[in-house]
Design a protein around this ligand. Sequence first.
Ligand SMILES: [Zn+2]
Length: 363
Amino acid sequence: MKRGINVLWYGIVALLAVELAWLALPVPERWVELYYTTGLFALVITPLVAVQQLIPISMSALVTLVLILCGLVSALVGIRRARKREVPWRTIAWAGFKWVTAAIVLIHGWFLLTFGVGYRREPIESRLQLASADRVTRSDLDATMDDMLAVITDERQNPEIRDERGALRSIRNAMGDLVLEWDGHEPPLPEKVKRLPDGLLVLFGAYGINSPLLMEPHVDGALPSHAVVSTGAHELAHVAGFSGEADATLAGLLAGLRADHGYARYASALAAYANLCAELNPDEQRARFEALPAEALNDLRAESEVYQRYTRDVTQSVFQPMYHSYLVTQGVDEGIEDYSRGSRLFVNVWQKGLGKTPNESQD
Ligand SMILES: [Zn+2]
């Protein structure tokens, strides 16, 4: 037993050394693409995606709860036993410190394995040989918004036939094809995007979350269906190996627009259109919103109402700077601004014709 414990501690120390080396050393982006993205990542994610599909609710939330409960119970049992043997409090505190440190090292190691390493991938601009997001011309922006408006107008459906599940299924397939085309491997992607209780994410200013524990995509349950679809596409992009926000925004929009389901294309075009409106001045924004068909305007209003209902200044002011700092520490220099970088990159991709599947391009 004692030997087993010692091996465990040596393992934890070795893992800590690997994690510190990862944080301190400049690992070439090419290595990340070569050994991680198409190697280790693909290997790790396969069983995770299979397991999370076994239940319809969030398995990540369930596993987290069970792990916390197990940790608390074993800590209490350990303390009780130690006190019976009259072990001094100082020794108990030291043991507690060691176990908490071990837990942090393990959690961080797991995070790096499933998600964190992906932040150091080669920037998507250089992988796809795109112009920088800072170099979006006004005419490209206008042309892309016109194209999105055309998709929105063509694909708008009656609310009663809006097929959220079918749309997400077709985005999942399109995402698989996109990654195969860009990265040369087809990632296993989940069938379902899980819903969390109404307002739980919007409270913090987020619509969706991909849990690195099981690479399980989630959306806020309060979102209107078009936002479930576009947010689901973004979270599926994270599961597919796009850790950075700009990359996931770009891949999510493209997979949605390439999907063979009209509602997927509608929701994605509307998300792209609304994101790109943020690049315009207030008068231009107003004109662009007025140009939308009534269904699309109603959808954006419903989305805004959900946001107003659940979001709180106090959670926003604490969470958003924290999230920004988190992204910066992971190597995303622009932090929260990385989302809008993704939308601007989308303009460059769309104007380059990469928004079409290889089959469509041949037509
Ligand atoms: Zn994201």
